[in-house]
Design a binder for this molecule. Structure first.
Ligand code: PEP
Ligand code: MN
Length: 372
């Protein structure tokens, strides 16, 4: 059962003015000089309010740079003193939390690999009992919204109310241009389930390449994400981790200045027009549902005939013909092929399930009335 979350108002806990909140800083703290130079440049960018840096780095291979560890906490304190930026680090264990709290870090985040493991999240939750620190929870590596929600709930149950989710994309076996596929429907569903929970987008870990970051950042804002976490480095090409996706402070400034921050709603003329168009959409959706219901009736009749004549459900040749024909027709109507393939596959799968019910459920009930 879903827990109602007890969440503090986002504006009140960060007190950084209007969203989007911008969090930036290097993937990893490498040296005090690198941190201070990066932070000092970022502090001159109006939109940046929080400085991030990983000091304990979860790495895929054992021989990779695993972060500078505890001494990075002191560097972050100097960053706060010298720049006034709030500081944020990734934590993965109870000990990380204890040390970060003692060092006076302002915000903690839990990384994608840690969120996947309920034991780790439970340990973190235990270490956070009685604290009032803001915690941001990244989505798990795999596209599993329930694990994400479960981790948010565990942290909330520790009494943490200053919570935000971070959308950093999902690992997918099928390679796309993105390092982690955004799968926007998942953060949108999270927002639908928990409208009070702020969601921050991390275009750096979604993109994996700096040239893709602007389009992801813009899309995130257009989907009403409450903030952006973007990796930046004083010398990105020579960063020890995630070099390909880090921006220089100069490029970050330019990116932020080019983002369109759109309103949630418009004036009366806009509202009237939208209302009228939404009326049309409602009508069209009714027609769509109607057509689907009629299609199902026909498919069931086909199923009954297949059953009667002992013919298999899947008719590959017919399915290939349907796909080819519908894609050609769709293309003439301006429908995108990828969208059509997805929708046709969904419909086909549902129709197979229905015919399976027609064929096999009735067979089972017949078995009962006609035993051998
Ligand atoms: C990071 O923020 O540097 C990081 C390791 O991210 P993620 O947990 O999203 O992979
Ligand atoms: Mn990183």
């Amino acid at each position: 059962m879903q827990h109602p979350l007890n969440i503090a108002n986002f504006d009140s806990w960060l007190q950084v003015g209007h969203p989007p909140l911008v969090i930036s800083g290097p993937c990893s703290a490498e040296s005090e000089k690198q941190l201070l130079q990066t932070a000092s440049a970022l502090s001159r960018i109006r939109q940046v309010k929080v400085f991030r840096a990983g000091i304990w780095k979860p790495r895929t291979r054992p021989d990779l740079f695993e972060g500078v560890g505890n001494k990075g906490l002191e560097w972050l304190n100097t960053v706060r003193e010298e720049t006034g930026l709030l500081t944020a680090v990734e934590v993965a264990t109870g000990e990380h939390i204890e040390r970060s709290l003692k060092a006076g870090i302002d915000i903690l985040w839990i990384g994608a690999r840690t969120v996947m493991n309920p034991f780790s999240v439970q340990e973190i939750s235990g270490a956070l009992q009685g604290c009032d620190i803001p915690v941001m929870i990244k989505n798990p590596v795999s596209p599993d919204i329930n694990t994400w929600i479960g981790s948010i709930e565990r942290i909330n149950l520790a009494g943490i109310t200053k919570l935000a989710a971070i959308h950093r994309g999902f690992y997918c076996y099928n390679k796309s241009i993105f390092r982690n596929t955004p799968m926007w429907d998942i953060p949108i569903e999270l927002k639908r389930l928990f409208p009070v929970l702020p969601v921050i987008c991390d275009p750096s870990h979604i993109s994996g390449r700096r040239d893709l970051i602007p389009e992801i950042a813009q899309k995130a804002l257009d989907l009403e994400m409450n903030g952006l976490m973007i990796e930046s480095h004083i010398d990105p090409d020579n960063a020890l981790t995630d070099a390909a996706q880090q921006l220089s402070p100069k490029d970050l400034r330019s990116l932020l200045n080019h983002l369109e921050i759109r309103k949630k709603s418009g004036d009366e003329t806009f509202k009237d027009t939208i209302q009228q168009l939404r009326g049309e959409i409602d009508m069209l959706d009714s027609e769509l549902l109607n057509i689907l219901a009629r299609r199902i009736e026909v498919v069931k009749k086909i199923g009954e005939n297949k059953k009667l004549h002992q013919v298999t459900i899947l008719q590959l040749k017919r399915w290939q013909e349907i796909i080819q024909d519908r894609l050609e027709k769709g293309a003439r109507m301006g429908l995108r092929e990828e969208f059509l393939v997805r929708i046709l596959n969904l419909i086909h799968q549902e129709m197979i399930d229905l015919q399976n019910q027609v064929m096999n459920n009735e067979k089972n009930s017949n078995d009962q009335v006609e035993p051998d």
